[in-house]
Design a binder for this molecule. Structure first.
Ligand code: GLU
Length: 597
């Protein structure tokens, strides 16, 4: 057990026991610290690192630590490193390293040095640096700052990573073994661990989050921490300190569960004669009841959020706001904006997580990404999951007839733009626009309880005069469709869907108006000016409604011109063709009768 003190000056240091049973008190007591924070960023570039152990996947808490480290580096023009701390081999999960790396990349946290990208201080995986740790443990043995402990495992009590004290066992007896005897026993092959000799003095340091902290060894029974295990692998303490020093790390941001390790780390830095980095320990994440996040209350690994369709920018933004605050008017920020506005204004203590905020940020980011996208490349983080969701639904949108992949993405972007404020996630969007993507079936058209399902009904509802027969209305629809198709097919194929959409939108209303005028003239109502104007208005409205019904079964979504452009000529004609058949009752009089009811 060791003791930490938290406070703004030597006189106001608050005692803080750090045995595992009282760790929970850390954050509570830490909030009592009276340090006046400045929140200022370091003046020189910070070298930070994220050092996950591949004993599990990336969760919200670890993504947050990675993000804070990343932002601290980026906001000071420094470097962000990734180091894989895989010294706990028995607990290593086979695919954890790959998944962690994938999730970090997905979140946009690209590392400047680390596995896969290399760097001047590699290798960046601890299992590939074992010689380095052994050499450093030997150095400490040579300088007398560490000693071999030959106690049998059961006397080491809680195991090699645990405490060196048990009932009836005098602590540190091995410390008193002479160097010659110790070397002799080691040469003879006696198993041993290497322990750091914890000195008695107090260490003071400034924590980025908690302010001034002092730690000391306070009891003769305090355990001397193990640095090397009997299998000649380093413990976390040794490997972490050696690597942070050799890799030039200036700032360590990590979870407050690591506070109890700080005294050991500080004493290790002293033992080597090195300057320690600045530490910042961020509080725990809890649910709204203050319970530590668990699988049951959404401590899901990052892949689960990815599978829910959460956007990388939305998740990073959400996670950044868990225990950090800023002075901007709006909370919505992408990684670049977060880096620009970053400070060390971290919350002391635990942070309650409300997922409502995540979905709010998700909508904000989706809208920003979609509306600002010029080409599908700018919006791949949304297009890819939407295509995947479409594929899962066996949508006809993804079959080859829908055009080349580039053309398809171009058209998809238009659909996204038409409904950007309502984008929640890919699954929801595909469901919301199922008629846009797949088109309604004939049965869907018939079953829609809209007043404009078939032409006869339309004529009836619109109080059109007798002479305006369904066939006449239909003929004007056919004319509109022909003209629209002509416009589409005459378009320069090199134009983007966006430009084609703009042109069609410009013509669309005119096409409808002109067709209606022409039809009205054909049925000789043009001599009555008032009737002509009234009819033209209602007939045009009816045509517009019919077009929506034919294309998307009258559901909301993109305006008709955008829709037609996004669907392309082939699919548009197919839908009009189907609608015409339904409308003219060619699907059978029973269905018509149903609709007329
Ligand atoms: N490997 C430790 C972990 O898994 C890292 C602790 C630290 O950042 O020092 O969390």
């Amino acid at each position: 057990m060791s003791l930490l003190f938290i406070g703004s000056s030597r006189r106001t240091l608050t005692p803080l026991w750090t045995c595992s049973s009282c760790r929970r008190r850390i954050s509570k007591l830490a909030t009592a610290g009276t340090a006046r924070p400045t929140y200022k960023l370091p003046e020189t570039p910070a070298r930070t690192r994220f050092a996950p152990s591949p004993t599990g996947y990336l969760h919200l808490g670890s993504l947050r630590t990675a993000l804070f480290s990343y932002l601290l580096a980026k906001s000071t023009n420094g470097q962000f490193l990734l180091r894989i701390e895989d010294t706990d081999q028995p607990r290593t999960v086979a695919d954890a390293e790959t998944r962690i790396k994938e999730d970090l990349k997905w979140a946009g946290l690209h590392w400047d040095e680390g596995p896969d990208v290399g760097g001047p201080y590699g290798p960046y995986k601890q299992s590939e640096r074992l010689d380095i740790y052994r050499d450093h443990a030997t150095k400490l043995l040579d300088t007398g700052r560490a000693y071999r402990c030959f106690c049998p495992r059961e006397k080491r009590n809680l195991g090699e990573a645990g405490l060196h004290a048990s009932a009836g066992f005098k602590s540190h007896d091995c410390n008193r073994v002479s160097k010659d005897t110790s070397d002799g026993r080691a040469a003879h092959g006696d198993p041993f661990v290497v322990r750091l000799k914890l000195p008695e003095y107090t260490k003071r340091y400034r924590d980025l989050v908690f302010g001034n902290v002092a730690s000391s060894k306070v009891s003769p029974m305090d355990a001397d921490p193990v640095l090397m295990k009997s299998d000649n692998w380093p413990t976390y303490h040794l490997a972490c300190v050696v690597d942070d020093h050799l890799m030039g790390i200036t700032h360590v941001v990590r979870g407050s569960e690591w506070i109890p390790s700080v005294p050991t780390h500080h004493h290790l830095y002293d033992a080597f004669g090195w300057q320690p980095p600045t530490f910042g320990h961020v509080g725990l994440l809890t649910d709204l009841n203050g319970q530590k996040l668990s699988k049951r209350n959404f401590d899901l690994d990052i892949s689960a959020f990815r599978n829910m369709g959460v956007l990388p920018d939305a998740l990073s933004n959400f996670v950044a706001l868990l225990g950090w605050s800023h002075t901007q008017k709006k909370d919505t920020m992408d990684l670049q904006e977060l880096a620009k506005n970053f400070s060390t204004k971290f919350t002391k203590g635990d942070t309650k997580v409300s997922f409502d905020k995540l979905w709010f940020l998700q909508r904000q980011h989706a809208q920003r990404i979609i509306t600002s996208a010029k080409t599908p490349d700018d919006v791949q983080s949304i297009i890819q999951p939407v295509l995947a969701a479409l594929k899962q639904n066996c949508s006809s949108w993804v079959i080859p007839e829908s055009g080349t992949p580039a053309d398809q993405q171009d058209r998809l972007l238009q659909i996204l733009k038409s409904d950007a404020p309502n984008y929640k996630n890919a699954g929801d969007f595909v469901e919301r626009h199922k008629y846009t993507f797949d088109g309604p079936s004939a049965e869907d058209l018939i079953s829609i309880k809209s007043p404009i399902t078939v032409l006869g009904h339309l004529c009836h509802l619109s109080n059109l005069p007798e002479e305006v027969k369904p066939e006449v209305v239909n003929s004007s629809i056919v004319k509109v469709v022909q003209q629209v198709s002509a416009i589409l097919s005459q378009e320069d194929p090199s134009l983007s869907t966006d430009e084609k959409g703009k042109r069609l939108r410009a013509h669309f209303s005119n096409v409808v108006q002109n067709t209606v005028s022409q039809n009205l003239r054909e049925i000789n109502v043009s001599d009555n000016e008032d009737l002509f104007v009234a009819l033209k208005k209602s007939w045009a409205a009816l045509l517009h409604k019919y077009i929506r019904w034919a294309l998307v079964a009258d559901t909301p979504g993109p305006d008709s011109a955008s829709l037609i452009t996004a669907l392309g000529p082939m699919e548009t004609l197919r839908r009009f063709d189907q609608a015409e058949k339904v409308a003219l009752g060619q699907l059978g009089s029973n269905e018509m009768a149903d609709v007329e009811k």
